[in-house]
Design a protein around this ligand. Structure first.
Ligand code: GDP
Length: 299
């Protein structure tokens, strides 16, 4: 499929009417950017973020010379694409986990119930093991009754160790105790599955704040459901204010979601997307590639 087929057709329509060749005039650019803004909003990008993005593109597009054999619409598409990739994290994506230093390094996952946090913990452990790490999964979601058993089952399936404590144990202590266990077992990375709620509440936030404070994790990743679109932006903003996120895992990208939430979240919070969940299986996790998401958003 051609890149941005949908937007590309719409822009061609506009430029054919304008008949613009040579230099892009302000009128050409305005007409084209209306289409770009609509495409972004259709992809679930927040209105304000779409407007900001279009303003950035406009500055670059006006007065740009249409050179070589690029048509006006191709020229605008190229500028939009470059800008989108840049906002989403640049060519190399800025999406690597920071796991240097003395092991075990700690990765803390936070997020709302149902976002895919427990599944993502197992996927991440599986992914990191393939990279030569020795992961330990830690069941610190004592709020959702099934979460501990779910994580244990995933661990068994992957033959990756899971640290857990009986019901009633304090999540902060569980995380702290898991570190000693990780050292004993010579694990190189510890993945904490913390409690989620259906909505953000103070108790949950205090719990994740306490874990972050006590454990000083190297990475604090928000697991967010791409299907929740606009809502994900507010959730990301709240978690970021409370625990300073270092990245995000955007789940359920195998569904219909166009992924506009990633652009909104990145613009509003500055937090980079590091992984995408693309299915329910434990290998359905991939590193985040800004250029691929750009194509998907502009479809
Ligand atoms: P938690 O409450 O955040 O721990 O959520 P779970 O890990 O239990 O996931 C909730 C549901 O979403 C489960 O049915 C998962 O199989 C499903 N899920 C998680 N990640 C993905 C994904 O990337 N794609 C799809 N299609 N389903 C996912």
């Amino acid at each position: 499929m051609a890149m941005f087929e949908n937007l590309s057709k719409r822009l061609e329509g506009i430029f054919n009417n304008l008949g613009g060749q040579g230099t892009l005039t302000e009128e050409d650019v305005n007409a084209a950017l209306r289409e770009v803004r609509l495409a972004l909003i259709e992809a679930d990008v927040n209105l304000k973020v779409a407007r900001q993005f279009v303003d950035r593109v406009k500055e670059k597009a006006i007065g740009a010379n249409v050179t070589g054999n690029l048509s006006s619409s191709q020229q605008v598409l190229a500028i939009v694409n470059d800008e989108l990739v840049e906002v989403l994290g640049g060519e190399d994506g800025n999406n690597k986990l920071d796991l240097g230093g003395t092991p075990p390094q700690i990765i803390m996952l936070v997020g709302l119930q149902g976002s895919g946090k427990t599944t993502s913990a197992a996927k991440l452990a599986n992914y990191l093991r393939k990279q030569g790490q020795r992961p330990l999964l830690v069941a610190a979601d004592m709020y959702r009754p099934a979460a501990v058993n779910q994580l244990k089952a995933l661990g068994r399936q992957l033959t990756i160790p899971v640290y857990s404590e009986p019901a009633g144990a304090d999540p902060v202590d569980i995380c702290a105790n898991s570190l000693a266990y990780a050292r004993e077992q010579a694990c190189s990375v510890v993945i904490l599955d913390t409690a989620g709620r259906l909505n953000i509440d103070e108790r949950m936030m205090n719990e994740v704040i306490n874990i972050r404070h006590r454990l000083q994790p190297r990475e604090v990743l928000l697991v967010a459901d791409a299907m929740t679109g606009q809502e994900a932006v507010r959730v990301a903003d709240d978690f970021n204010r409370a625990v300073s996120l270092t990245g995000m895992i955007l789940t359920k990208m195998d569904g219909d979601a166009r992924g506009g939430a990633a652009l909104s979240i990145r613009t509003v919070t500055g937090v980079p997307v590091k992984f995408m969940g693309i299915g329910e299986k434990t290998d359905a996790l991939e590193p985040f590639y800004p250029d691929r998401l750009a194509s998907r958003i502009l479809g």
